[in-house]
Design a protein around this ligand. Structure first.
Ligand code: NDP
Length: 241
């Protein structure tokens, strides 16, 4: 067993979330990992980890998983709101269900799941929430309209949440990656939009590795509680957009 506090990571079944789970496990933290697919989280083979096959939009199920993990490991000291999806398309051609889902997962779940940990963190006067935004929360890209909207919202809400929690001693940080080599393109159907994205990605060397983002999160978290990085924008050096 470890004395370090519980770290909660959503979207831990692949990409940045899985890499973040490995990084915090290696640093000695007990974990609550949340994603819909259980098997990839089992395959991470991490000790001291509660695994919850839960949809992040199901707040009651997330709350139940959190209660179970806190019972086993003590209070959550870090929530990484990482679960997200990107479905690229011109809006006129986009499946309305994907418009809804991108906002539900990327924005609404991020706020409602933050509400589950904030009162305890405020009472303890310590704790950290890391929201994964995107460089697409800072500038617009073609065929990114809905995704851009969700990430601009994440950036705005993160800054609002940071201000609300400053006096409580609770850190709220934004990590906004540029291109990272993950499964994020899984929700963009085949065709010119996907090809254009892949062409650019390969022209800049394929993007960062998920471990690169995990290291940025770990570094920011491991600073003393009174130091807040506020915002980390981390992209491949070769990414010019
Ligand atoms: P992946 O597709 O590899 O990972 C997305 C994760 O989110 C998966 O673990 C998936 O798990 C989980 N997820 C999606 N929907 C739900 C849901 N409803 N409930 C629970 N979990 C869910 O992509 P990334 O690792 O790239 O994405 C992680 C975050 O990073 C996202 O917020 C993304 O927007 C952001 N980002 C990524 C960039 C990139 O270039 N890759 C750049 C900038 C930001 P499961 O399917 O098992 O539920």
């Amino acid at each position: 067993m470890t004395d370090l506090p519980l770290v909660v990571i959503t979207g831990a079944s692949s990409g940045i979330g899985a890499a973040t789970a490995r990084a915090f496990a290696a640093a000695g933290h007990p974990l609550l990992l949340i994603a819909r697919r259980l098997e990839p989280m089992v395959e991470l083979g991490l000790e001291n980890a509660e695994l919850a096959a839960v949809d992040v939009t199901d707040t009651a199920a997330v709350a139940e998983a959190l209660a179970r993990a806190e019972e086993r490991f003590g209070a959550a000291d870090l929530l990484v709101n990482n679960a997200g999806l990107m479905a690229l398309s011109a809006v006129a051609e986009q499946d309305p269900a994907l418009v809804q889902e991108q906002f539900d997962v990327n924005c609404v779940a991020l706020m409602k799941n933050s509400q589950l940990v904030l009162p305890g963190m405020q009472t303890r006067r310590r704790g950290t929430i890391v929201n994964i935004g995107s460089i697409a929360g800072k500038q617009l890209y073609t065929d990114h309209t809905v995704y851009n909207g969700t990430k601009y919202a994440v950036h705005a809400m993160t800054e609002g949440l940071r201000r609300e929690n400053a006096a409580h001693g609770v850190r709220v940080l934004l990590v906004a990656p540029g291109m990272v080599d993950t499964g994020l393109l899984g929700n963009t159907g085949e065709g010119a939009v996907l090809d254009g994205y892949l062409d650019y990605k390969s022209s800049i060397g394929g993007g960062l590795r998920p471990d690169d983002i995990a290291q940025a999160i770990l570094t920011a978290y491991q600073l003393p509680q009174h130091i807040s990085f506020r915002e980390i924008v981390v992209a491949p050096t070769s990414q010019d957009a």
